[in-house]
Design a protein around this ligand. Sequence first.
Ligand SMILES: Nc1ncnc2c1ncn2[C@@H]1O[C@H](COP(=O)(O)OP(=O)(O)O)[C@@H](O)[C@H]1O
Ligand SMILES: [Mg+2]
Length: 273
Amino acid sequence: MSQTMTEQAMSSSVATAFASAVPALEVRGVNKSFGALQVARDVNLTLERGARRALIGPNGAGKTSLVNLITGVLKPSSGQVLLGGEDITSWSSAKRARRGLARTFQINQLFRGLSVLENVCLAIGERRGESYNLWRPAGSKAAVIDEALDHLNSLRLVDDALRLVRELPYGRQRLVEIAIALAQRPKVLLLDEPAAGVPSSESHLILDVVASLDPDIAILIIEHDMDVVFRFAQSITVLVAGAVLTEGSPQEILADERVRAVYLGQEADRSHG
Ligand SMILES: Nc1ncnc2c1ncn2[C@@H]1O[C@H](COP(=O)(O)OP(=O)(O)O)[C@@H](O)[C@H]1O
Ligand SMILES: [Mg+2]
């Protein structure tokens, strides 16, 4: 009997080791066109568990379309998307979200007339499949509020918990969007320009906060500010005209002449000219 238990323990530790080797997210050979415009050309992209990866590329390169393909807003014409090793290509966006794939949007989708805390509680309630309301038993309500405060704490938003979203500075509203995504308890978090429209003094704060999130969450961020990208990312994927031009460490991307030519060229020209 003790031998069986040892075997069980061993096989479960093998299973755990195997599970952690499976990427959090994989995009395999994805293609997508809008009529004659091909926005994804045989795109392959892997996010390991806990990854901190940036997706960069010129305007119109297909970055947002790729996020839409990953989250199921768009269906690829060919290729697969895998979440934790499972093929989710045919799943609805809602099912993907329930299974740990979260995103934020470039546009505000918050309840601006409610408090920060209420917004996050609503999102937690949605995940738990209950509508958060005053008639819930006190125990469950307290648990939801506790969890919401945890998310707000990790985003340094606790002091704003009781303020109405519409009263917050824009940069803090963008952090509330991330709090809503965290309420899904994601394994993978896709951030499409989370600091767009935010003054650069605040955008650095947003990215610092994102960098300090739970290290088990795999994060893919689309961001234009190269200072921010190079500080945040462990790895960078460069997308040009729907295709992956290259990927590598920030140092490798900085040193890559092709990347300079298509993407960093203008900035290099500006700083040297
Ligand atoms: N639903 C759509 N229908 C047609 N064309 C689209 C649609 N969404 C995006 N596009 C086009 O696809 C290209 C890639 O857009 P997008 O993925 O938003 O690029 P990025 O986020 O890199 O700036 C752009 O030329 C854009 O105009
Ligand atoms: Mg975009």
